[in-house]
Design a protein around this ligand. Structure first.
Ligand code: UD1
Ligand code: CA
Length: 490
């Protein structure tokens, strides 16, 4: 069984670990001391007007997680001394939504620009730290890239992550000298036509010694078209102070794209999708179409798993060996045993499904459903908070709720376990080898003894004895000599 925590088991991240090790070793040699402790600053105070949404931008979900949560999760993999998140727009909504995260929150009361935002966090960061700045709206930044960038920075070196964008629209442009050295960053709205033609862009991510950064930030001036304190202006300052600015061009542009509007959000969702699909394919999962699977959580899987098109997997999902998931299924926080087939259009949530089962098509398996081996749950069947023993079957149009069901039980089409009296839910016990006829209603609380048969159309309200046929419906009668009424003549 291998786990794909979506973005972190790719080959890239393995490379990242190597790079980090190399980086630490190199730093150790140069500085003869252990590398500076790392403080991560994540900028998350912006409003995100272009999202056209009352939800703060950094809380907009990507693959089911807020943008900011992606950045925090990735930052944590670097094991920094601290993570400082700068928040502002949306007020306490942002820290409230992510209150369980192990980060420190700093309020940027007025949004005066990215430089001003970093400065707010600097009050909590000691001079001896290395600062890594991340943007809350650049969510798919990879661990490997960050580790490499951190390794590039040093006491007299600022490391800057750049990208070559096909469409540089909206990004800050990297201005290099004739010799190819980075000189400064020019924001789109301040750029000349010639600068706008530059395709190398600022990702927003940089690593810099805290002491130097603090000094530069204090000297920023809002002398630009947006009248903001731009973090990007520290690059020109570093150059002026004869510090080495070390650019690192991100090889995977998808990782460093920013999200400013819903179109970019959809674009990154596609990047995420492709990344998950690739990791799954390389791990041996067969996907009918890598572009039509959404993994919004963690997927653990066995061998020879097949997933058809338009499947959504959310939370923690475990698919055993040879599991087949049909088209259009949504599976959330569930475990599915080996050789089980899930036919198209099922919704499975919070369920534990045994091996060799057949589920669907069009089945709904709800929280706390536990199915033993070789259970069949057919079309338009709903199972909730119930345990079904091995070999039990509900093949058509049934509801089983709050029931303990034995082995080899057969629910006829249309069987309903009536678990709710309008105020309270009640439990049902159905022992092994029970057969219920079509359209029977079992009114809970009720017990059905082993091997009992309930006749079709019965509504049973008392305990049903084992091994017998119980009929609870009016007897069929035929009225001799009856005539259909005829219309009166006027
Ligand atoms: C910024 C960069 C640009 C880069 C791009 C990459 C600056 C001046 N520009 O532009 O060079 O190419 O990101 O995506 O840095 N924020 C705050 N407080 C503020 C302003 C912004 O916390 O006062 C946060 C935002 O929430 C966001 C991040 O900083 O997470 C970037 O701000 P945004 O306004 O999106 O900058 P861009 O115009 O995209
Ligand atoms: Ca942005």
């Amino acid at each position: 069984m291998s786990t794909i925590p979506a973005m972190r088991t790719t080959r890239a991240s393995k490379r990242g670990r190597d790079v980090r090790r190399r980086g630490v070793a190199r730093g150790g040699a140069a500085r003869a001391a252990s590398p500076a402790p790392l403080s991560v600053v994540i900028l998350a105070a912006g409003e995100g007007k272009r999202m056209q949404s009352p939800l703060p931008k950094v809380l907009q979900p990507l693959a089911g997680r807020p943008l900011l949560k992606h950045v925090i999760d990735t930052a944590r993999t670097l094991a920094p001394a601290a993570i400082q998140v700068v928040y502002g727009h949306g007020g306490e909504q942002v820290p409230e939504a992510l209150k369980d995260e192990p980060v420190s929150w700093t309020l940027q009361a007025e949004r005066l620009g990215t430089g001003h935002a970093v400065l707010q966090a600097m009050q909590h960061i000691p001079d001896g730290h290395l600062v890594l700045v991340l943007y809350g709206d650049v969510p798919l930044i990879g661990r490997a890239q960050l580790a490499e960038l951190v390794a590039l920075a040093g006491p007299r070196q600022l490391a800057l992550l750049t990208m070559k964008a096909d469409d540089p629209q909206g990004y800050g442009r990297i201005v290099r000298s004739a010799r190819g050295l980075v000189q400064r960053i020019v924001e789109q709205q301040d750029a000349t036509p010639a600068q706008r033609a530059i395709h190398e862009c600022n990702t927003g991510v940089l690593a810099c010694p805290a002491q130097l950064l603090r000094g530069w930030l204090a000297r920023l001036k809002p002398d630009n078209s947006a009248a903001e304190y731009y973090l990007t202006d520290v690059i020109a300052m570093a150059v002026r102070h004869k510090l080495a600015v070390r650019p690192l061009i991100a090889p995977q542009v998808g990782e460093v794209l920013g999200v400013n509007d819903k179109a970019q959000l959809a674009q990154l969702e596609a990047v995420w999708r492709a990344r998950c699909a690739r990791a799954l394919l390389l791990a041996g999962v067969t996907l009918a179409d890598p572009a039509r699977l959404d993994v919004r959580g963690e997927l653990a899987h066995g061998t020879d798993v097949f997933i058809d098109v338009n499947v959504v997997l959310e939370g923690k999902v475990v698919l055993g060996d040879r599991v087949r998931v049909g088209a259009g299924c949504v599976i959330r926080n569930s475990e599915i045993g080996a050789d089980t087939q899930v036919f198209p259009h099922c919704v499975i949530d919070g369920a534990l499904i045994g091996p060799g089962c057949n589920i669907g098509p069009f089945a709904r398996v709800r929280p706390s459903a536990t199915l033993g081996s070789e259970v069949h749950i057919g079309n338009f069947v709903e199972v909730k908070n119930s345990r079904l023993g091995a070999g039990s079957k509900a093949n058509h149009l049934a509801y089983v709720g709050d029931a303990q069901v034995g082995e080899r039980v057969n629910f006829g089409a249309g069987t309903i376990v009536a678990n709710y009296d309008g105020a309270n839910k009640h439990a049902t016990l159905i022992e092994d080898d029970v057969h219920t006829g079509s359209n029977s209603v079992l009114v809970a609380p009720i017990t059905v003894g082993a091997g009992a048969t309930i006749a079709a159309g019965s509504t049973v309200t008392h305990a049903v004895p084992a091994g017998k046929l119980t009929v609870a419906r009016a007897r069929q009668a035929t009225i001799e000599g009856w005539h259909r009424p005829v219309k009166n003549k006027k």
